[in-house]
Design a protein around this ligand. Sequence first.
Ligand SMILES: Nc1ncnc2c1ncn2[C@@H]1O[C@H](COP(=O)(O)OP(=O)(O)O)[C@@H](O)[C@H]1O
Ligand SMILES: [Mg+2]
Length: 496
Amino acid sequence: MSPRRPKKASQLATALIEHNSDAIALVDEAGTVLYANPAASRILGLPIADIVNSNLFRWVHDADLQTMRANFEKTLAKPRAPIPNAFRMRHNDGTWRHIESVGVNWLDTPGIRGIIINYRDVTESRRSEEALREGEARYRQLTEQATDIIYNCDLDGRFTFVNPTATRLTKFSEQELLGRHFLSLVRGDHRQRVAEFYERQRREYIRSTYFEFPAIAKDGTEVWVGQNVQIVEEQGRAVGVQAIARDITQRLALEDQLRQAQKMEAIGRLAGGVAHDFNNVLTAILGSADLLSMMLDRDDPKWAEADAIKRAADRGAALTRQLLAFSRPQRAAATIVDLAAVVGSMEPMLRRLVLEKIAIRVTVSRSPLPVRADEASLNQIVLNLIINARDAMPEGGTATIDMGEAELGDPLAATLGLMPGRYAGVSVSDTGEGIPPDILRHVFEPFFTTKPADKGTGLGLSIVYGIVKGLGGTIEVQSEPGHGATFTIYVPLVGT
Ligand SMILES: Nc1ncnc2c1ncn2[C@@H]1O[C@H](COP(=O)(O)OP(=O)(O)O)[C@@H](O)[C@H]1O
Ligand SMILES: [Mg+2]
Protein backbone atom coordinates (compact mmCIF):
# COMPACT_ATOMS: atom_id res chain seq x y z
CA MET A 1 0.00 0.00 0.00
CA SER A 2 1.29 3.37 -1.00
CA PRO A 3 2.53 5.73 1.64
CA ARG A 4 0.52 8.44 -0.06
CA ARG A 5 -2.78 6.64 0.38
CA PRO A 6 -5.08 9.09 2.21
CA LYS A 7 -5.29 7.85 5.74
CA LYS A 8 -7.56 10.31 7.37
CA ALA A 9 -10.55 9.96 5.07
CA SER A 10 -13.68 10.21 7.12
CA GLN A 11 -16.09 7.29 7.29
CA LEU A 12 -18.65 9.18 5.23
CA ALA A 13 -16.16 10.05 2.51
CA THR A 14 -15.03 6.45 2.38
CA ALA A 15 -18.59 5.21 2.10
CA LEU A 16 -19.33 7.70 -0.69
CA ILE A 17 -16.28 6.66 -2.62
CA GLU A 18 -16.69 2.94 -2.10
CA HIS A 19 -20.32 2.94 -3.12
CA ASN A 20 -19.99 5.28 -6.04
CA SER A 21 -21.21 3.68 -9.25
CA ASP A 22 -18.47 5.62 -11.10
CA ALA A 23 -14.96 4.33 -10.89
CA ILE A 24 -12.57 6.47 -8.85
CA ALA A 25 -8.82 6.00 -8.92
CA LEU A 26 -5.97 7.94 -7.45
CA VAL A 27 -2.77 7.76 -9.52
CA ASP A 28 0.65 9.32 -9.15
CA GLU A 29 2.40 11.46 -11.76
CA ALA A 30 3.55 8.32 -13.59
CA GLY A 31 0.07 6.84 -13.78
CA THR A 32 0.63 4.22 -11.11
CA VAL A 33 -2.56 3.43 -9.28
CA LEU A 34 -2.46 4.38 -5.60
CA TYR A 35 -6.07 3.69 -4.87
CA ALA A 36 -9.05 2.22 -6.76
CA ASN A 37 -12.67 1.88 -5.59
CA PRO A 38 -14.88 -1.21 -6.13
CA ALA A 39 -16.45 0.30 -9.29
CA ALA A 40 -12.95 0.50 -10.81
CA SER A 41 -12.48 -3.15 -10.05
CA ARG A 42 -15.79 -3.96 -11.79
CA ILE A 43 -14.82 -2.08 -14.95
CA LEU A 44 -11.62 -4.07 -15.32
CA GLY A 45 -12.95 -7.32 -13.93
CA LEU A 46 -9.98 -7.48 -11.57
CA PRO A 47 -9.68 -7.46 -7.80
CA ILE A 48 -8.63 -4.10 -6.37
CA ALA A 49 -5.38 -5.66 -5.23
CA ASP A 50 -4.44 -6.41 -8.88
CA ILE A 51 -5.12 -2.81 -9.87
CA VAL A 52 -3.31 -0.95 -7.17
CA ASN A 53 0.40 -0.46 -7.86
CA SER A 54 -0.11 -1.22 -11.54
CA ASN A 55 0.19 1.46 -14.17
CA LEU A 56 -3.15 2.66 -15.47
CA PHE A 57 -1.83 2.78 -19.03
CA ARG A 58 -1.33 -0.97 -19.24
CA TRP A 59 -5.10 -1.51 -19.76
CA VAL A 60 -5.53 1.23 -22.34
CA HIS A 61 -6.00 0.42 -26.00
CA ASP A 62 -2.91 1.08 -28.14
CA ALA A 63 -4.85 3.30 -30.48
CA ASP A 64 -5.90 5.54 -27.60
CA LEU A 65 -2.58 5.68 -25.80
CA GLN A 66 -1.30 8.79 -27.55
CA THR A 67 -4.25 11.04 -26.72
CA MET A 68 -4.44 9.50 -23.31
CA ARG A 69 -0.82 10.47 -22.59
CA ALA A 70 -1.30 13.94 -24.02
CA ASN A 71 -4.29 14.50 -21.75
CA PHE A 72 -2.34 13.15 -18.82
CA GLU A 73 0.44 15.69 -19.53
CA LYS A 74 -2.23 18.38 -19.58
CA THR A 75 -3.49 17.22 -16.21
CA LEU A 76 0.02 17.34 -14.81
CA ALA A 77 0.51 20.85 -16.20
CA LYS A 78 -2.75 22.25 -14.85
CA PRO A 79 -3.38 21.52 -11.20
CA ARG A 80 -7.05 21.46 -10.17
CA ALA A 81 -8.32 21.70 -13.77
CA PRO A 82 -10.68 18.88 -14.73
CA ILE A 83 -9.42 17.33 -17.98
CA PRO A 84 -11.87 15.05 -19.78
CA ASN A 85 -10.74 12.02 -21.70
CA ALA A 86 -12.23 9.13 -23.67
CA PHE A 87 -10.47 5.85 -24.30
CA ARG A 88 -10.86 2.11 -24.38
CA MET A 89 -9.80 -0.18 -21.59
CA ARG A 90 -9.34 -3.90 -21.69
CA HIS A 91 -11.61 -5.86 -19.37
CA ASN A 92 -10.19 -9.02 -17.88
CA ASP A 93 -12.59 -11.03 -20.09
CA GLY A 94 -10.78 -9.67 -23.16
CA THR A 95 -13.48 -7.23 -24.27
CA TRP A 96 -12.79 -3.56 -24.84
CA ARG A 97 -14.80 -1.17 -22.71
CA HIS A 98 -15.44 2.41 -23.74
CA ILE A 99 -14.47 4.77 -20.93
CA GLU A 100 -15.16 8.42 -20.31
CA SER A 101 -13.08 10.03 -17.62
CA VAL A 102 -12.27 13.29 -15.91
CA GLY A 103 -8.89 13.68 -14.27
CA VAL A 104 -7.99 16.38 -11.74
CA ASN A 105 -4.47 17.08 -10.55
CA TRP A 106 -4.34 17.26 -6.72
CA LEU A 107 -0.61 16.48 -6.54
CA ASP A 108 0.16 19.66 -4.67
CA THR A 109 -2.54 19.10 -2.09
CA PRO A 110 -1.27 17.60 1.13
CA GLY A 111 -3.29 14.59 2.15
CA ILE A 112 -4.09 13.73 -1.47
CA ARG A 113 -0.93 14.11 -3.53
CA GLY A 114 -2.24 12.40 -6.57
CA ILE A 115 -4.42 12.69 -9.63
CA ILE A 116 -8.02 11.74 -9.02
CA ILE A 117 -9.62 10.13 -12.01
CA ASN A 118 -13.38 9.69 -12.14
CA TYR A 119 -14.44 7.40 -14.93
CA ARG A 120 -17.28 5.30 -16.14
CA ASP A 121 -17.98 2.52 -18.60
CA VAL A 122 -20.07 3.97 -21.44
CA THR A 123 -19.91 0.87 -23.66
CA GLU A 124 -23.60 0.09 -23.29
CA SER A 125 -24.86 3.59 -23.97
CA ARG A 126 -22.41 3.80 -26.90
CA ARG A 127 -23.87 0.61 -28.22
CA SER A 128 -27.43 1.82 -27.97
CA GLU A 129 -26.44 5.08 -29.63
CA GLU A 130 -24.90 3.09 -32.42
CA ALA A 131 -27.98 0.91 -32.65
CA LEU A 132 -30.05 4.04 -32.86
CA ARG A 133 -27.84 5.42 -35.61
CA GLU A 134 -28.01 2.13 -37.45
CA GLY A 135 -31.76 2.07 -37.03
CA GLU A 136 -31.96 5.54 -38.45
CA ALA A 137 -29.76 4.57 -41.38
CA ARG A 138 -31.95 1.54 -42.04
CA TYR A 139 -35.05 3.70 -41.85
CA ARG A 140 -33.53 6.23 -44.23
CA GLN A 141 -32.60 3.48 -46.67
CA LEU A 142 -36.09 2.05 -46.45
CA THR A 143 -37.80 5.36 -47.18
CA GLU A 144 -35.32 6.17 -49.92
CA GLN A 145 -35.77 2.89 -51.71
CA ALA A 146 -39.50 2.57 -51.16
CA THR A 147 -41.56 2.53 -54.33
CA ASP A 148 -44.33 4.15 -52.30
CA ILE A 149 -44.43 7.81 -51.45
CA ILE A 150 -43.50 8.39 -47.83
CA TYR A 151 -43.85 11.81 -46.29
CA ASN A 152 -44.25 13.56 -42.98
CA CYS A 153 -46.26 16.70 -42.32
CA ASP A 154 -46.44 18.96 -39.32
CA LEU A 155 -49.81 19.50 -37.63
CA ASP A 156 -50.52 22.26 -40.11
CA GLY A 157 -50.13 19.91 -43.04
CA ARG A 158 -46.79 21.21 -44.29
CA PHE A 159 -44.23 18.72 -45.54
CA THR A 160 -41.37 18.11 -43.12
CA PHE A 161 -40.01 15.04 -44.88
CA VAL A 162 -40.41 13.57 -48.36
CA ASN A 163 -38.77 10.51 -49.84
CA PRO A 164 -37.36 10.27 -53.39
CA THR A 165 -40.52 8.57 -54.73
CA ALA A 166 -42.50 11.61 -53.60
CA THR A 167 -40.26 13.91 -55.61
CA ARG A 168 -40.25 11.53 -58.59
CA LEU A 169 -44.04 11.28 -58.79
CA THR A 170 -44.85 14.90 -58.00
CA LYS A 171 -41.91 16.18 -60.10
CA PHE A 172 -41.25 18.80 -57.41
CA SER A 173 -37.78 18.88 -55.86
CA GLU A 174 -37.31 18.12 -52.19
CA GLN A 175 -36.69 21.80 -51.47
CA GLU A 176 -39.86 22.76 -53.29
CA LEU A 177 -41.89 20.28 -51.28
CA LEU A 178 -40.53 20.90 -47.79
CA GLY A 179 -42.61 23.58 -46.11
CA ARG A 180 -45.27 23.38 -48.81
CA HIS A 181 -48.81 22.51 -47.73
CA PHE A 182 -49.82 19.03 -48.90
CA LEU A 183 -53.26 20.31 -49.92
CA SER A 184 -51.66 22.41 -52.64
CA LEU A 185 -50.93 19.14 -54.47
CA VAL A 186 -54.53 17.94 -54.28
CA ARG A 187 -56.66 18.61 -57.36
CA GLY A 188 -58.81 21.68 -56.71
CA ASP A 189 -62.21 19.99 -56.69
CA HIS A 190 -61.05 17.45 -54.07
CA ARG A 191 -59.24 19.87 -51.77
CA GLN A 192 -62.17 20.61 -49.48
CA ARG A 193 -62.96 16.94 -48.94
CA VAL A 194 -59.34 16.01 -48.26
CA ALA A 195 -58.90 18.98 -45.92
CA GLU A 196 -61.96 17.96 -43.90
CA PHE A 197 -60.76 14.39 -43.76
CA TYR A 198 -57.33 15.44 -42.55
CA GLU A 199 -58.81 17.84 -40.01
CA ARG A 200 -61.16 15.17 -38.71
CA GLN A 201 -58.37 12.66 -38.24
CA ARG A 202 -56.59 15.07 -35.92
CA ARG A 203 -59.72 16.31 -34.15
CA GLU A 204 -60.99 12.82 -33.37
CA TYR A 205 -57.49 11.51 -33.00
CA ILE A 206 -57.95 8.65 -35.45
CA ARG A 207 -54.59 6.93 -35.45
CA SER A 208 -54.68 5.68 -38.99
CA THR A 209 -56.83 6.59 -41.99
CA TYR A 210 -56.97 5.73 -45.67
CA PHE A 211 -58.21 7.94 -48.44
CA GLU A 212 -57.80 8.50 -52.16
CA PHE A 213 -57.57 11.66 -54.21
CA PRO A 214 -56.13 12.99 -57.46
CA ALA A 215 -52.83 14.81 -57.03
CA ILE A 216 -51.44 17.24 -59.55
CA ALA A 217 -47.74 17.01 -60.33
CA LYS A 218 -45.61 20.06 -61.06
CA ASP A 219 -45.99 19.56 -64.81
CA GLY A 220 -49.78 19.40 -64.47
CA THR A 221 -50.13 15.64 -64.90
CA GLU A 222 -52.62 13.92 -62.65
CA VAL A 223 -51.79 10.99 -60.39
CA TRP A 224 -54.44 9.27 -58.30
CA VAL A 225 -53.00 8.34 -54.95
CA GLY A 226 -54.30 6.23 -52.11
CA GLN A 227 -52.70 7.06 -48.80
CA ASN A 228 -52.46 5.76 -45.29
CA VAL A 229 -52.04 8.58 -42.82
CA GLN A 230 -50.79 7.95 -39.34
CA ILE A 231 -50.58 10.38 -36.46
CA VAL A 232 -47.01 10.82 -35.25
CA GLU A 233 -46.65 11.26 -31.52
CA GLU A 234 -43.81 12.51 -29.45
CA GLN A 235 -44.09 12.04 -25.69
CA GLY A 236 -47.77 11.26 -26.03
CA ARG A 237 -48.62 14.37 -28.02
CA ALA A 238 -49.45 14.54 -31.72
CA VAL A 239 -46.73 16.43 -33.54
CA GLY A 240 -47.69 15.66 -37.12
CA VAL A 241 -48.57 12.87 -39.47
CA GLN A 242 -46.74 10.34 -41.55
CA ALA A 243 -48.26 9.12 -44.77
CA ILE A 244 -47.53 6.25 -47.09
CA ALA A 245 -49.11 6.89 -50.44
CA ARG A 246 -49.29 4.88 -53.62
CA ASP A 247 -50.00 5.66 -57.25
CA ILE A 248 -53.35 3.93 -57.84
CA THR A 249 -54.07 5.38 -61.29
CA GLN A 250 -53.64 2.01 -62.96
CA ARG A 251 -55.77 0.14 -60.43
CA LEU A 252 -58.60 2.64 -60.84
CA ALA A 253 -58.41 2.23 -64.61
CA LEU A 254 -58.70 -1.55 -64.27
CA GLU A 255 -61.63 -1.23 -61.87
CA ASP A 256 -63.24 1.11 -64.33
CA GLN A 257 -62.80 -1.39 -67.13
CA LEU A 258 -64.38 -4.10 -65.01
CA ARG A 259 -67.35 -1.90 -64.08
CA GLN A 260 -67.78 -1.04 -67.73
CA ALA A 261 -67.82 -4.71 -68.72
CA GLN A 262 -70.35 -5.51 -66.00
CA LYS A 263 -72.50 -2.62 -67.10
CA MET A 264 -72.43 -3.81 -70.70
CA GLU A 265 -73.51 -7.23 -69.58
CA ALA A 266 -76.36 -5.88 -67.48
CA ILE A 267 -77.60 -3.56 -70.19
CA GLY A 268 -77.29 -6.38 -72.67
CA ARG A 269 -79.43 -8.67 -70.58
CA LEU A 270 -82.00 -5.96 -70.04
CA ALA A 271 -82.12 -5.06 -73.73
CA GLY A 272 -82.35 -8.73 -74.64
CA GLY A 273 -85.26 -9.28 -72.27
CA VAL A 274 -87.15 -6.27 -73.56
CA ALA A 275 -86.40 -7.20 -77.16
CA HIS A 276 -87.66 -10.72 -76.61
CA ASP A 277 -90.98 -9.63 -75.07
CA PHE A 278 -91.34 -6.87 -77.58
CA ASN A 279 -90.78 -9.31 -80.40
CA ASN A 280 -93.75 -11.37 -79.18
CA VAL A 281 -95.88 -8.24 -79.12
CA LEU A 282 -94.77 -7.38 -82.63
CA THR A 283 -95.50 -10.88 -83.86
CA ALA A 284 -99.07 -10.51 -82.60
CA ILE A 285 -99.40 -7.07 -84.22
CA LEU A 286 -97.94 -8.35 -87.48
CA GLY A 287 -100.21 -11.38 -87.52
CA SER A 288 -103.33 -9.32 -86.91
CA ALA A 289 -102.34 -6.68 -89.47
CA ASP A 290 -101.71 -9.48 -91.97
CA LEU A 291 -105.14 -10.99 -91.35
CA LEU A 292 -106.74 -7.57 -91.57
CA SER A 293 -105.17 -6.76 -94.92
CA MET A 294 -106.22 -10.17 -96.27
CA MET A 295 -109.79 -9.50 -95.24
CA LEU A 296 -109.79 -6.14 -96.94
CA ASP A 297 -110.04 -5.18 -100.53
CA ARG A 298 -106.88 -3.62 -102.03
CA ASP A 299 -108.92 -0.56 -103.01
CA ASP A 300 -110.30 -0.16 -99.54
CA PRO A 301 -108.61 2.82 -97.83
CA LYS A 302 -108.50 0.66 -94.68
CA TRP A 303 -106.12 -1.70 -96.49
CA ALA A 304 -103.49 1.03 -96.74
CA GLU A 305 -103.81 1.59 -92.97
CA ALA A 306 -103.42 -2.11 -92.26
CA ASP A 307 -100.40 -2.18 -94.54
CA ALA A 308 -98.87 0.81 -92.72
CA ILE A 309 -99.26 -1.09 -89.42
CA LYS A 310 -97.52 -4.07 -91.00
CA ARG A 311 -94.60 -2.04 -92.26
CA ALA A 312 -94.14 -0.24 -88.98
CA ALA A 313 -94.21 -3.53 -87.11
CA ASP A 314 -91.66 -4.91 -89.60
CA ARG A 315 -89.30 -2.03 -88.85
CA GLY A 316 -89.77 -2.67 -85.16
CA ALA A 317 -89.00 -6.35 -85.67
CA ALA A 318 -85.79 -5.48 -87.55
CA LEU A 319 -84.73 -3.30 -84.64
CA THR A 320 -85.41 -5.94 -82.03
CA ARG A 321 -83.48 -8.48 -84.12
CA GLN A 322 -80.50 -6.15 -83.93
CA LEU A 323 -80.94 -5.82 -80.20
CA LEU A 324 -81.07 -9.57 -79.82
CA ALA A 325 -77.87 -9.85 -81.83
CA PHE A 326 -76.20 -7.70 -79.20
CA SER A 327 -77.68 -9.34 -76.16
CA ARG A 328 -77.50 -12.93 -77.24
CA PRO A 329 -74.19 -13.45 -78.96
CA GLN A 330 -74.72 -16.18 -81.54
CA ARG A 331 -73.19 -19.49 -80.84
CA ALA A 332 -70.06 -19.91 -82.91
CA ALA A 333 -71.13 -20.51 -86.47
CA ALA A 334 -70.32 -23.90 -87.91
CA THR A 335 -68.83 -22.43 -91.06
CA ILE A 336 -65.29 -21.33 -91.61
CA VAL A 337 -64.96 -18.31 -93.84
CA ASP A 338 -62.02 -16.32 -95.11
CA LEU A 339 -62.40 -12.99 -93.39
CA ALA A 340 -60.02 -11.39 -95.89
CA ALA A 341 -62.16 -12.48 -98.85
CA VAL A 342 -65.43 -11.47 -97.17
CA VAL A 343 -64.24 -7.96 -96.30
CA GLY A 344 -62.48 -7.57 -99.67
CA SER A 345 -65.66 -8.40 -101.56
CA MET A 346 -67.55 -5.67 -99.68
CA GLU A 347 -65.44 -2.89 -101.16
CA PRO A 348 -67.72 -1.91 -104.10
CA MET A 349 -70.75 -1.91 -101.82
CA LEU A 350 -68.99 0.27 -99.25
CA ARG A 351 -68.06 2.77 -102.00
CA ARG A 352 -71.71 3.16 -102.94
CA LEU A 353 -72.60 3.62 -99.30
CA VAL A 354 -70.46 6.70 -98.73
CA LEU A 355 -70.46 9.91 -100.69
CA GLU A 356 -67.70 10.67 -103.16
CA LYS A 357 -66.24 13.13 -100.67
CA ILE A 358 -65.02 10.11 -98.76
CA ALA A 359 -62.25 7.88 -100.08
CA ILE A 360 -62.25 4.25 -99.10
CA ARG A 361 -59.00 2.32 -98.94
CA VAL A 362 -59.11 -1.38 -98.37
CA THR A 363 -55.91 -3.35 -97.98
CA VAL A 364 -56.79 -7.00 -98.30
CA SER A 365 -54.45 -9.31 -96.49
CA ARG A 366 -52.37 -11.44 -98.86
CA SER A 367 -52.79 -14.60 -96.88
CA PRO A 368 -56.31 -15.88 -96.09
CA LEU A 369 -57.72 -15.26 -92.62
CA PRO A 370 -59.88 -18.26 -91.80
CA VAL A 371 -62.29 -17.63 -88.94
CA ARG A 372 -65.29 -19.47 -87.59
CA ALA A 373 -68.11 -17.08 -88.42
CA ASP A 374 -70.95 -16.47 -90.82
CA GLU A 375 -70.57 -14.02 -93.65
CA ALA A 376 -73.61 -11.97 -92.66
CA SER A 377 -72.17 -11.20 -89.23
CA LEU A 378 -68.85 -10.09 -90.69
CA ASN A 379 -70.71 -7.89 -93.19
CA GLN A 380 -72.63 -6.30 -90.40
CA ILE A 381 -69.50 -5.51 -88.42
CA VAL A 382 -67.75 -3.77 -91.31
CA LEU A 383 -70.92 -2.02 -92.43
CA ASN A 384 -71.56 -0.52 -89.01
CA LEU A 385 -67.98 0.65 -88.62
CA ILE A 386 -67.93 2.24 -92.09
CA ILE A 387 -71.27 3.99 -91.52
CA ASN A 388 -69.90 5.47 -88.30
CA ALA A 389 -66.71 6.55 -90.10
CA ARG A 390 -68.87 8.20 -92.75
CA ASP A 391 -70.93 10.01 -90.11
CA ALA A 392 -67.75 11.23 -88.44
CA MET A 393 -66.53 12.83 -91.70
CA PRO A 394 -69.32 15.13 -92.91
CA GLU A 395 -66.72 17.25 -94.70
CA GLY A 396 -65.12 14.24 -96.35
CA GLY A 397 -61.97 12.31 -95.62
CA THR A 398 -60.56 8.83 -95.84
CA ALA A 399 -61.77 5.59 -94.36
CA THR A 400 -59.14 2.88 -94.28
CA ILE A 401 -59.65 -0.83 -93.75
CA ASP A 402 -56.58 -2.85 -92.84
CA MET A 403 -56.34 -6.48 -91.90
CA GLY A 404 -53.83 -9.10 -91.01
CA GLU A 405 -52.76 -11.81 -88.66
CA ALA A 406 -52.03 -10.87 -85.07
CA GLU A 407 -50.16 -13.05 -82.65
CA LEU A 408 -51.41 -11.91 -79.24
CA GLY A 409 -49.26 -12.87 -76.30
CA ASP A 410 -49.43 -11.71 -72.73
CA PRO A 411 -49.82 -9.04 -71.52
CA LEU A 412 -51.55 -7.59 -74.61
CA ALA A 413 -54.02 -10.49 -74.79
CA ALA A 414 -54.88 -10.03 -71.12
CA THR A 415 -55.53 -6.32 -71.47
CA LEU A 416 -57.85 -7.10 -74.38
CA GLY A 417 -59.59 -9.75 -72.33
CA LEU A 418 -58.57 -12.51 -74.76
CA MET A 419 -56.74 -15.80 -74.52
CA PRO A 420 -53.24 -15.61 -75.97
CA GLY A 421 -53.15 -16.96 -79.52
CA ARG A 422 -53.45 -16.13 -83.21
CA TYR A 423 -56.15 -13.71 -84.29
CA ALA A 424 -57.42 -12.10 -87.46
CA GLY A 425 -57.33 -8.36 -86.94
CA VAL A 426 -59.38 -5.88 -88.93
CA SER A 427 -59.13 -2.18 -88.30
CA VAL A 428 -61.35 0.56 -89.63
CA SER A 429 -59.87 4.05 -89.35
CA ASP A 430 -61.21 7.42 -90.34
CA THR A 431 -59.90 10.95 -90.51
CA GLY A 432 -62.96 12.38 -88.82
CA GLU A 433 -63.68 14.40 -85.74
CA GLY A 434 -62.48 11.74 -83.28
CA ILE A 435 -64.03 10.83 -79.97
CA PRO A 436 -63.46 12.70 -76.69
CA PRO A 437 -62.40 10.48 -73.74
CA ASP A 438 -65.64 10.90 -71.78
CA ILE A 439 -67.62 9.66 -74.78
CA LEU A 440 -65.14 6.98 -75.75
CA ARG A 441 -65.98 4.88 -72.71
CA HIS A 442 -69.66 4.73 -73.64
CA VAL A 443 -69.60 4.07 -77.38
CA PHE A 444 -70.29 0.33 -77.13
CA GLU A 445 -73.32 0.78 -74.89
CA PRO A 446 -76.65 0.08 -76.54
CA PHE A 447 -78.64 3.26 -77.23
CA PHE A 448 -75.63 5.46 -76.62
CA THR A 449 -75.52 7.98 -79.41
CA THR A 450 -74.35 11.54 -79.92
CA LYS A 451 -76.32 11.84 -83.12
CA PRO A 452 -79.74 13.50 -83.57
CA ALA A 453 -82.70 11.21 -82.92
CA ASP A 454 -83.47 10.69 -86.60
CA LYS A 455 -79.87 9.82 -87.42
CA GLY A 456 -78.55 7.52 -84.75
CA THR A 457 -79.99 4.66 -82.73
CA GLY A 458 -76.91 4.01 -80.65
CA LEU A 459 -77.11 0.35 -81.60
CA GLY A 460 -74.43 0.09 -84.28
CA LEU A 461 -71.40 -0.44 -82.07
CA SER A 462 -73.25 -2.47 -79.48
CA ILE A 463 -74.23 -4.88 -82.24
CA VAL A 464 -70.65 -5.07 -83.45
CA TYR A 465 -69.58 -5.64 -79.86
CA GLY A 466 -72.11 -8.44 -79.41
CA ILE A 467 -71.08 -10.13 -82.65
CA VAL A 468 -67.31 -10.12 -82.04
CA LYS A 469 -67.78 -11.32 -78.45
CA GLY A 470 -69.94 -14.12 -79.83
CA LEU A 471 -67.12 -15.04 -82.19
CA GLY A 472 -64.71 -15.31 -79.29
CA GLY A 473 -63.01 -12.04 -80.17
CA THR A 474 -63.14 -8.46 -79.07
CA ILE A 475 -63.24 -4.89 -80.31
CA GLU A 476 -61.01 -2.05 -79.32
CA VAL A 477 -61.09 1.64 -80.09
CA GLN A 478 -58.45 4.30 -80.16
CA SER A 479 -59.14 7.93 -80.79
CA GLU A 480 -57.88 11.39 -80.23
CA PRO A 481 -60.32 14.24 -80.65
CA GLY A 482 -59.62 15.93 -83.98
CA HIS A 483 -57.51 13.07 -85.24
CA GLY A 484 -60.02 10.45 -86.26
CA ALA A 485 -60.79 7.09 -84.72
CA THR A 486 -59.62 3.53 -85.24
CA PHE A 487 -61.79 0.56 -84.36
CA THR A 488 -60.01 -2.80 -84.36
CA ILE A 489 -61.68 -6.16 -84.10
CA TYR A 490 -59.91 -9.40 -83.24
CA VAL A 491 -61.41 -12.77 -84.16
CA PRO A 492 -59.63 -16.05 -83.38
CA LEU A 493 -57.94 -17.60 -86.40
CA VAL A 494 -58.84 -21.18 -87.15
CA GLY A 495 -55.88 -23.46 -87.69
CA THR A 496 -55.85 -25.02 -91.14
N1 LIG B 1 -65.74 6.65 -86.24
C1 LIG B 1 -66.28 7.40 -85.27
N2 LIG B 1 -65.87 8.68 -85.09
C2 LIG B 1 -66.40 9.43 -84.09
N3 LIG B 1 -67.35 9.00 -83.24
C3 LIG B 1 -67.81 7.75 -83.39
C4 LIG B 1 -67.31 6.88 -84.39
N4 LIG B 1 -67.93 5.70 -84.27
C5 LIG B 1 -68.81 5.82 -83.23
N5 LIG B 1 -68.74 7.05 -82.70
C6 LIG B 1 -69.50 7.54 -81.54
O1 LIG B 1 -70.13 6.44 -80.93
C7 LIG B 1 -71.53 6.65 -80.84
C8 LIG B 1 -72.22 5.33 -80.89
O2 LIG B 1 -72.07 4.73 -82.17
P1 LIG B 1 -73.13 3.67 -82.63
O3 LIG B 1 -73.28 2.65 -81.56
O4 LIG B 1 -72.77 3.18 -83.97
O5 LIG B 1 -74.48 4.46 -82.65
P2 LIG B 1 -74.93 5.61 -83.66
O6 LIG B 1 -74.03 5.56 -84.83
O7 LIG B 1 -76.33 5.25 -84.00
O8 LIG B 1 -74.84 6.89 -82.89
C9 LIG B 1 -71.82 7.60 -81.95
O9 LIG B 1 -73.00 8.34 -81.71
C10 LIG B 1 -70.59 8.49 -81.95
O10 LIG B 1 -70.68 9.48 -80.95
MG1 LIG C 1 -73.59 3.83 -85.83
